[in-house]
Design a protein around this ligand. Structure first.
Ligand code: HDD
Length: 672
């Protein structure tokens, strides 16, 4: 052990004192260095997206896309570009819970051989506002209210709904936020979107518009709200842990990157404006072209050095990628560097290892706080002759902005199509399955029930009347209020949308291909349990890549029916039901009796049932499950109550587990 000056430390346990019981001495440079450094360990957290988790990986190109773009990652089949990806919630502080109802950030840094490209997106393809001018207001409204700093990591409060109900352009995004997209099961099970329209530019400087999509191989899956609330208490790190454990265990999460490409002329024909970030382009209108796949295969070595210090920025583009005139994007191009100057303490944060490009850096920028590079020689200007003219400009081989003609009056305002706010909100709602629609209504009911100002509730429901009277009526009923009149529309005649319903907008459109792999299953254990069944259950799960954990009334050793010892990994107390995707309750007379007397065991299976998970109970355990109020229902494929240990018990369980949840079972209010 040494000091920061490299001096060996003899004793790291005791400060220097004048005698064993005497006063500590100011000249103790070792103590002072240690405390001073510690005092400065925290840096400001991100103003938004403070809570996040990240991983390393790579992007692999499917094939050359040089007709579309000269961007380095898309030049040839099999080309590998390293990436670092940070997922986040938006509103909560750095230590807040993972499972809040919120948008999730999906930020990807591509370390390409022509510099870093950051695709700083979200798990929703649209945004709340159309202009960066409104961003500080939006964030002030959603953050904890300034007089008492409540609530943390939640949009269910007056100021958020006050703002958005006065901002009809947020209607479409509110539909996404109230949908199950806002409570993902895992970061691995979310889509990602670049949101804005970007430009692809090819080597001939021809440009097409581009919208980016990340599609998860794991499928898009969500929590249910009651589960999300309970997870916040028992594991606020739920998503962080899930990502970490999946990567550690080799279940590397994977996404396909695709792009919607279209011409400016096509864009002009659309009923909406492609520069408006509150609108998406239905895949029926412009299909998604797959470009390659991204695999996350390495956890960071140090959270602070990598996940915390990483600095994403929409201005980080490479040759082949350019901006559109989306006014929200314009503000972002400024905002990210600006915030990082403060957050990372100066202009040299590009030298922090996680931010440093793998492409070499040569320029005449010098000095500044925390400069790491040691520039040699006397030349730091261009043009020069003393340095042999170096570094040279790259000319046409460098970044050349797309020469978009600009010939208009300077104005503050927006194009007419931006003023249509409800077509796509309605398209989103109409594209949802009945289950998803019910969850949207329940989410509005919950969020609005938390408001203290009835006028704000009325305003939101009046907004919803422009989306769906059916939805508005359900929300009004849930709040015990009469239906208000619809909110007046800005446009008397809305353009007719090309698409009323778009199948990919439902989460059910993408169940994924990895099935039960990486899903967590509790296997109940206790004294007298059938050890043979416990072992078989564990084997069956690991064969399909699912994770079985032995859960008992306490951790530690239990004696199975045949006298062998079984060690529980977790207890009903320290890993309750919400942390598992399914439960297997093996046979065992004594065990079933003990579980019947244990309220925590009953609560465990009730929550499994309520949260629509797969339950397998065998033999005596069936009595325990039924005693908890869960009645046999042959039509429920996720409720396997077997009086005998049938040979196909575990394969039936795994098949049911792969369905993620059994929504047929759901009632509002819940039955148990
Ligand atoms: Fe932003 C962070 C995504 C609009 C200003 N934003 C941030 C992060 C993500 C997004 C994923 C976290 C990156 C990380 O993990 O470090 N932001 C979006 C998306 C938007 C969006 C998809 C709309 C399409 N953002 C937006 C606007 C502004 C900002 C309009 C300001 C004008 N965003 C910021 C910021 C942050 C940030 C203040 C906070 C910390 C940071 O940048 O590094 O600059």
């Amino acid at each position: 052990m040494t000091t920061n000056q490299g001096v060996p430390v003899a004793d790291n346990q005791h400060s220097l004192k004048a005698g064993l019981r005497g006063p500590a001495l100011l000249k103790d440079f070792i103590l002072r260095e240690k405390l001073t450094h510690f005092d400065h360990e925290r840096i400001p957290e991100r103003i938004v997206h403070a809570r996040g988790s990240a991983a390393h990986g790579y992007f692999e190109c499917y094939g050359p896309q040089t007709e579309l773009t000269s961007a380095a990652p898309f030049r040839e089949a099999g080309k590998i570009t390293p990436v670092f990806v940070r997922f986040s919630t938006v509103a909560g502080e750095r230590g807040s819970k993972d499972t809040a109802r919120d948008v999730r950030g999906f930020a990807v840094k591509f370390y390409t051989d022509e510099g870093n490209w950051d695709l700083v997106g979200n798990n929703m393809p649209v945004f709340f506002i159309q202009d960066a001018m409104k961003f500080p207001d939006l964030v002030h409204a959603v953050k904890p209210e300034p007089h008492h700093q409540m609530p943390q990591a939640a949009s269910a409060h007056d100021t958020f709904w006050d703002f958005v109900s006065l901002m009809p352009e947020s209607t479409h995004m509110l539909m996404w936020l109230m949908s199950d997209r806002a409570i993902p099961r895992s970061y691995r099970m979310m889509e990602g979107f670049g949101v804005h329209t970007f430009r692809f530019v090819n080597a001939r400087h021809e440009s097409l518009f581009a919208k980016f999509h990340w599609k998860p191989l794991q499928g898009t899956h969500a929590l249910v709200w009651d589960e999300a609330v309970k997870i916040s208490g028992c594991d606020p790190d739920f998503h962080r842990r899930d990502l970490w454990e999946a990567i550690e265990s080799g279940a590397f999460p994977e996404w396909e990157l695709g792009v919607q490409v279209f011409t400016e002329a096509e864009a002009e024909q659309f009923s909406f404006d492609v520069l408006d970030p509150t609108k998406l382009i239905p895949e029926e209108l412009v299909p998604v072209t797959p470009l390659g796949r991204m695999v996350l295969n390495r956890n960071p070595d140090n959270f602070f050095a990598e996940t915390e210090q990483v600095a994403f920025c929409t201005a980080h583009v490479i040759p082949g990628i350019d901006f559109s005139n989306d006014p929200l994007l314009a503000g972002r191009i400024h905002s990210y560097v600006d915030t990082q100057l403060t957050r990372l303490g100066g202009p040299n944060f590009h030298e922090i290892p996680i931010n440093a490009p793998i492409a070499p850096v040569h320029n005449n920028q010098r000095d500044g706080l925390h400069r790491q590079a040691i520039h040699r020689g006397r030349v730091s200007y261009e043009p020069n002759s003393l340095g042999g003219g170096c570094p040279f400009q790259a000319g046409a081989a460098g970044y050349v902005s797309f020469p978009e003609p600009v010939q208009q009056d300077e104005v503050r305002g927006k194009p007419e199509k931006f003023a249509e706010h409800y077509n796509q909100a309605a398209m989103f709602y109409n594209s949802q399955s009945p289950v998803e629609k019910a969850h949207i209504a329940a989410a509005f009911r919950f969020e609005l029930s938390k408001l203290t100002v009835p006028a704000i509730r009325r305003r939101v429901v009046s907004m919803l009347r422009n989306v769906s009277d059916d939805l508005a009526a359900q929300v009004a009923e849930g709040l015990g209020m009469p239906m208000p009149d619809p909110m007046p529309r800005a446009l008397s005649e809305a353009p007719k949308p090309e698409v009323d319903k778009s199948a990919p907008l439902s989460m059910f459109a993408r169940p994924g291909v990895t099935g039960p792999a990486s899903r967590k299953v509790a296997i109940f254990v206790g004294d007298g349990v059938d050890g043979n069944l416990v072992a078989k259950a564990g084997d069956a799960l690991s064969k399909v890549g699912a994770v079985g954990r032995l859960v008992g009334p306490r951790v530690g050793l239990f004696t199975a029916k045949d006298g062998s010892q079984i060690e529980a990994d977790a207890s009903f107390e320290n890993e309750p039901s919400v942390l598992f995707d399914g439960v297997i309750i093996p046979d065992g007379e004594g065990t079933a009796k003990a579980w019947t007397r244990d309220g925590r065991a009953a609560e465990f299976v009730k929550d499994q049932f309520r949260h629509l998970k797969t339950i397998l109970a065998i033999g005596d355990s069936v009595t325990f499950v039924e005693g908890a109020g869960i009645l046999r229902d042959e039509a429920d494929p996720g409720l396997l109550l077997l009086s005998e240990p049938k040979a196909d018990a575990f394969s039936l369980f795994i098949k049911a587990l792969a369905r993620h949840r059994h929504f047929e079972r759901e009632t509002d209010p819940p039955r148990v």
